[in-house]
Ligand binder design. Structure first.
Ligand SMILES: [Zn+2]
Length: 369
């Protein structure tokens, strides 16, 4: 995948830098572990420090000091999950800030404008995030609204690109915009949404509204049904997923791009992903364990420290514990993607997927992911 700030080898995992920083690690850590693209959250940056301030500081790349590609979400998901007193109508989402209670509206047009000011390489359209479970009628209504919003977002994006919106600073003229397929757990709605979203004509496409509490096999089934409806020559992005096993299963179904807070969030709770399943570093059995978390891992944490030391740091609530655990989990995700790319190039992706899933199930602590 090529962007205005360079190429990204796919399949790829995007670490989540909610506020313009990935919790617990530095940008240099991310570069050394091989992260080629970062995701940041529009909702948070819009409320604080503000998209206008970031535009006037030269855009997001310059403001946060990250030179590689950046994808921004639309802000919609956080409005649905974080904001207070939100209401949704045809125009958009109206809500109060979770920080200070101030009133805001996020529409397909304003979500596009905010991301133009931020100057990410990939902007996402505003979509309606339906709670799970939803019945078919509600899912259809929501999917159709998302389609109408997609048309409005694309019109606005093209107007910005053509310089027709003089009051909005466009920080990155090479920005791309991805459409989002919705339709809940209903395959026929997903197919319809994919067809019409592709008709609108975006640089590439994402599958949204999964990993929201539906059974795992339902998610895999929806991905299987939806991915083939999206152009093979464009990256396909599965939003907000997931565990290492989810990534492997989804790549096998044609997905190219992922983001998830999971590797860093669980790292801060002492959970390490390894090639043989999960490892809870706080467990008493590691108190005297001289081995690294994962002896197959190249990360600084595994090359340098024992399980015993990492357990001690975590128990003592040392800040270094959060960094070392996050560094390992992010490296594990980056290497899993690199191994998948290599297996695909060798034509051995099927065997790799089966071996990886079986190996995860062996389990250091838990039977499986
Ligand atoms: Zn490691």
């Amino acid at each position: 995948m090529t962007t205005a700030h360079g190429a990204v080898e796919t399949p790829a995992f995007m670490p989540v830098g909610t506020q313009g920083a990935v919790k617990g690690v530095t940008h240099r850590d991310l570069e050394s572990l091989g992260a080629e693209i970062l995701l940041t959250n529009t909702y948070h940056l819009y409320l604080r420090p503000g998209d206008d301030l970031i535009a006037r500081r030269g855009g997001l790349h310059r403001f946060i000091g990250w030179t590689r590609p950046i994808l921004t979400d639309s802000g919609g998901y956080q409005v649905f999950s974080l904001a207070a007193r939100r209401t949704i109508d045809e125009q958009g989402a109206h809500f109060r800030s979770h920080l200070d209670g101030s009133a805001h509206s996020l529409t397909p047009e304003t979500a596009t404008d905010i991301q133009a000011r931020l100057g990410s390489d990939i902007a996402m359209v505003l979509d309606e995030c339906l709670a799970h479970p939803a019945d078919a009628a509600a899912a259809r209504h929501s999917m159709q609204r998302t389609l109408r919003w997609a048309c409005r977002a694309r019109d606005r994006f093209l107007a910005l690109r053509d310089g027709l919106v003089p009051d909005v600073i466009v920080s990155n003229p090479g920005q791309a915009q991805f459409g989002i397929v919705q339709g809940s757990v209903f395959p026929e709605l997903r197919e319809e949404s994919a067809r019409h979203t592709v008709d609108v004509g975006f640089e590439a496409y994402a599958i949204g509204g999964l990993s929201v509490g539906e059974p795992i096999d339902v998610m895999y089934d929806i991905v299987s049904r939806t991915a083939p409806c999206l152009p093979a020559d464009r990256p396909r992005y599965l939003m907000g997923t997931g565990t290492p096993a989810d990534l492997v299963e989804a790549v096998a179904r044609g997905i190219d791009l992922f983001d998830c807070v999971l590797p860093t969030r669980v790292a801060r709770n002492g959970l390490l992903f390894t090639r043989r399943g999960r490892l809870q570093i706080k467990a008493a059995r590691y108190a005297r364990d001289p081995r690294p978390p994962d002896d197959g891992c190249r990360c600084y944490t595994c090359r340098t420290f024992s399980r015993a030391y990492l357990r001690h740091l975590f128990a003592a609530q040392e800040l270094l514990a959060y960094r070392l655990n996050s560094l390992h989990n992010l490296t594990f995700y980056a290497d899993l993607m690199a191994d998948l790319r290599a297996a695909i190039e060798r034509g051995e992706s099927r065997a790799f997927v089966e071996n990886a899933l079986a190996s995860f199930r062996e389990g250091v602590d838990a039977p499986s992911y």
